[in-house]
Design a protein around this ligand. Structure first.
Ligand code: TSX
Ligand code: MN
Length: 600
C-alpha cells in the first residue's frame, strides 16, 4: 500500500541524512531524480518515528485500528487482493550471463532489466513520500552483519522494517565513510501484476522491486538480501546464507547444543524453532535464535558459527494457536502488524486454526462481512504476523551474540507421507549435503500446484539461491572441507503416514524426542543401526517413554526402511542433477550412484 504525503512532520523526524559517504549520497540523489517523490523522509529507526508513522498509517487507511486493550500496539493491514504472496515467476537474478543464474532461476541481462525498471520507476513517486531506510541484517557488533539501505514509497514497508531489521542510524555508523551496503529500491507503482518485478543484481549488491507491497517482495532485507544476494556474497566470501531456523537446546545438566534446520514452507519451521519440550523432558530448555534465516561461517576452531540476521518474525497466521505454538501466540499479543487476517467485532484478530470456535461474525481479509457459513476463508491462507523477536518468551540469550553460536547439528526435513523415516543421520558431511540436495516436500493446499505432489526443494533454497544451484552444492562441499569439527547432518520427517492415512508421529513438542537422539549422537552417547540410507535409531536408542498410546510397533513404522521408495526418490534426484548439467558437483553425482546401488 502506497503512502501519500505527510501534511506535517514533527521537528527532528525524517531528517537523519547519511553524510560523509559519497557513494551512498550519490545513489540516493539518483533515486530521487528517477522517482521524483514530492517528499523525502530519512528514517532514523527511533520509537518516536515509529509512533508518528503508525499514526500516519492509521490516518491514511494503510493500518486499521485493532482493540488496543487486547492487542496493544497491534495493527491490521489489508493488502491488495492480487498482492498476497511472493511471486517466483516475476523474480529475476540478473547476472552478466544466464549460466551464472542457472536453470532454476529466471534470468535477465542486467542492462536490459535496468532499462525496463528505469522506465517503470520514472516519476513513480510523484505525489508520494519516499522513505530512506538504513538497516542492519545481524547484530551491530557481528562481523557477519550486512548493511542495507532500502528506499521505498510504502509506509507499511517502513513499519515492517522497524520490526524485522535492526533499523536506524546505527547502520550509517557501521558504514562509516566507505562501507559496502546493499542498494534496495522499492516502489509499489500501481500494484498492477503486469508491472511486478523482483530483481536482483548480485554483482552490484543491488535489488530493485516494483509493483508489489507484499512482505517477501517488498521487505528487501529478508528473502532478497539475506538469502538471494546473501547466498551470492557468501559463496564469494566463504560463508553460508541458509533458509534455516536456529535454536538452542540445553539439557538439565546444563549442556547446550545449537541446531540449524532447513524445511520448505508449510512444514512448521517457526513452530519447531519455538518448540516447548513435553513433560517427560522436564529440565530441558529450548530457546529460539531464529525462525527463518541463518548466516554461518567457519570459526578459527573449525566449527561452524551462525547468526540470525533478522530481528523479528514474519510468520504465517493460519494454524497458529496455543496448542501448535504457544510461544508464537505470546509473541503476537503486542506491537505486531497483522496482514490479511480477519477482524472480529471487538477489534480482535482471527484466522482459520486459531484457538476456540470461529466468531459468529467477523470481517474477512478483504474487508467483507464473514460468518462460519461463508464459503471463503476469513483470513487469507498466507496471512501473516510481523512481530519483534524480543516478544518471544523463549528468545535465546545468544540472539545478540556477535560471534554467533557453534552449530552441533544441521537438520533437513520435508513433508513426506512415505519413504523418509522420522529421523536418520548422514554418514558424513558430503552425504549430509546429498541429503539436503535431494530433499523434497509434498505440496499442501497453501502452495500453488497439485496437492500431494512431491517437489524437490534442495536445502529449502530453490526459490532463494542467488546463483547456479550446482555451484551452490559445490560451495556446500567446499565449506565441509574448511570445518575440522563439522556439524552432524540429519534428515527428519514429521509427516509420515500409515497405510490408513494417519500421521505416524504426533509431532510438535514430541519432536524433542528426535532432537534428543540427535543431540545424543553429537555427544556420542546414543547408538544407531547402519542402514543403506544412513544411521537410524532402533527402539532401544530412542526415548518414547510416557507417550500415550505410542508403541514400539508405532515407532518401527515411523522409522521403517522402504527400499523401493528410496529408489523412486533417487530417480527424481537424478533428474534434478541432470538439469544442473556439468555444474552439478561430481561428488554428489557419485553419491547418488553409490546410494542407488546401496538401497538395491
Ligand atoms: O509445525 C508442525 N510440526 C513441527 C512442530 C514443532 N506441524 C504443523 C505443520 C504446518 C505448519 C505439524 N503437523 C507437525 C509438526 O511436527 N506434525 C504435523 C502432523 C500432525 C498433525 C496433527 C496431529 C499429529 C500430526 N495430531 C492430531 O491432530 C491429534
Ligand atoms: Mn522462509
Amino acid at each position: 500500500m502506497t503512502s501519500p504525503l505527510h501534511a506535517s512532520v514533527p521537528a527532528g523526524l525524517g531528517s537523519t541524512k547519511p553524510d560523509g559517504h559519497a557513494r551512498l549520497t550519490t545513489w540516493i540523489r539518483e533515486c530521487i531524480a528517477l522517482c521524483e517523490p514530492d517528499q523525502v523522509f530519512y528514517c532514523d529507526g527511533s520509537a518516536a518515528e515509529k509512533e508518528f508513522l503508525t499514526t500516519e498509517a492509521l490516518r491514511m487507511g494503510v493500518f486499521i485500528e485493532l482493540n488496543q486493550q487486547k492487542l496493544p500496539g497491534c495493527h491490521l493491514h489489508r493488502s491488495h487482493p492480487n498482492d498476497v504472496a511472493r511471486v517466483e515467476q516475476f523474480t529475476f537474478i540478473c547476472t552478466p550471463t544466464k549460466e551464472e543464474a542457472g536453470p532454476t532461476n529466471n534470468w535477465s541481462a542486467p542492462d536490459e532489466m535496468r532499462a525496463r525498471l528505469k522506465g517503470l520507476l520514472k516519476g513513480a513517486m510523484k505525489g508520494r513520500c519516499m522513505y530512506i531506510i538504513p538497516y542492519m541484517m545481524g547484530p551491530a557488533a557481528s562481523p557477519l552483519t550486512q548493511v542495507g539501505i532500502e528506499i521505498t514509497d510504502s509506509v507499511y514497508v517502513v513499519l515492517n522494517m522497524h520490526i524485522m531489521s535492526r533499523m536506524g542510524s546505527a547502520a550509517y555508523q557501521r558504514l562509516g565513510a566507505d562501507g559496502d551496503f546493499n542498494k534496495g529500491l522499492h516502489s509499489t507503482l500501481d500494484l498492477n501484476p503486469d508491472r511486478r518485478l523482483i530483481c536482483h543484481f548480485p554483482q552490484d549488491n543491488e535489488i530493485t522491486s516494483v509493483g508489489s507491497g507484499y512482505g517477501g517482495n517488498a521487505l528487501l532485507g529478508k528473502k532478497c538480501l539475506a538469502l538471494r544476494i546473501g547466498s551470492y556474497l557468501a559463496k564469494r566470501q566463504g560463508w553460508m546464507a541458509e533458509h534455516m531456523l536456529l535454536l538452542s537446546a540445553e539439557s538439565p545438566a546444563g549442556r547446550k547444543h545449537y541446531i540449524a534446520a532447513a524445511f520448505p514452507s508449510a512444514c512448521g519451521k517457526t513452530n519447531f524453532s519455538m518448540l516447548i519440550p513435553p513433560k517427560h523432558f522436564a529440565g530441558w530448555k529450548v530457546a529460539t535464535i531464529g525462525d527463518d534465516i541463518a548466516w554461518m561461517k567457519p570459526g578459527a576452531d573449525g566449527r561452524l558459527y551462525a547468526i540470525n540476521p533478522e530481528f523479528g518474525y514474519f510468520g504465517v497466521a493460519p494454524g497458529t494457536n496455543y496448542l501448535t505454538n504457544p510461544n508464537a501466540m505470546k509473541s503476537i499479543q503486542r506491537d505486531t502488524i497483522y496482514t490479511n487476517v480477519a477482524m472480529t467485532e471487538d477489534g480482535d484478530v482471527w484466522w482459520e486454526g486459531k484457538d476456540g470456535a470461529p466468531p459468529a461474525k467477523c470481517t474477512d481479509w478483504k474487508g467483507n462481512p464473514w460468518t462460519p457459513e461463508s464459503k471463503e476463508k476469513a483470513a487469507h491462507p498466507n496471512s501473516r504476523f510481523t512481530a519483534p523477536a524480543t516478544n518471544n518468551p523463549a528468545l535465546a540469550n545468544e540472539f545478540e551474540l556477535a560471534s554467533g553460536v557453534p552449530i552441533s547439528a544441521i537438520i533437513f526435513g520435508g513433508r513426506r507421507a512415505s519413504t523418509v523415516p522420522l529421523v536418520y543421520q548422514s554418514f558424513d558431511w558430503e552425504h549430509g549435503t546429498f541429503i539436503g540436495a535431494t530433499m523434497g516436500s509434498e505440496m499442501t493446499a497453501a502452495a500453488a500446484g497439485t496437492v500431494g505432489k512431491l517437489r524437490l526443494d534442495p536445502m529449502a533454497m530453490l526459490p532463494f539461491c542467488g546463483y547456479h544451484m550446482g555451484d551452490y552444492f559445490t560451495h556446500w562441499l567446499e565449506m565441509g572441507k574448511k570445518l575440522t569439527q563439522p556439524p552432524l547432518i540429519f534428515g527428519v520427517n514429521w509427516f509420515r503416514k500409515s497405510a490408513e492415512g494417519k500421521f505416524l508421529w504426533p509431532g510438535f513438542g514430541e519432536n524433542m524426542r528426535a532432537m534428543k537422539w540427535m543431540i545424543d549422537r553429537c555427544e556420542g552417547t546414543a547408538d544407531a543401526k547402519e542402514m543403506p540410507i544412513g544411521h537410524l535409531p532402533e527402539p532401544k536408542d530412542f526415548d518414547f517413554a510416557d507417550m500415550e498410546g505410542f508403541t514400539t510397533s508405532d515407532f518401527e513404522k515411523a522409522i521403517a526402511y522402504d527400499a523401493a521408495g528410496w529408489q523412486a526418490d533417487y530417480r527424481l534426484a537424478g533428474e534434478f542433477f541432470d538439469k544442473l548439467g556439468g555444474r552439478c558437483p561430481s561428488g554428489l553425482k557419485d553419491r547418488l550412484a553409490k546410494q542407488k546401488a546401496r538401497v538395491g
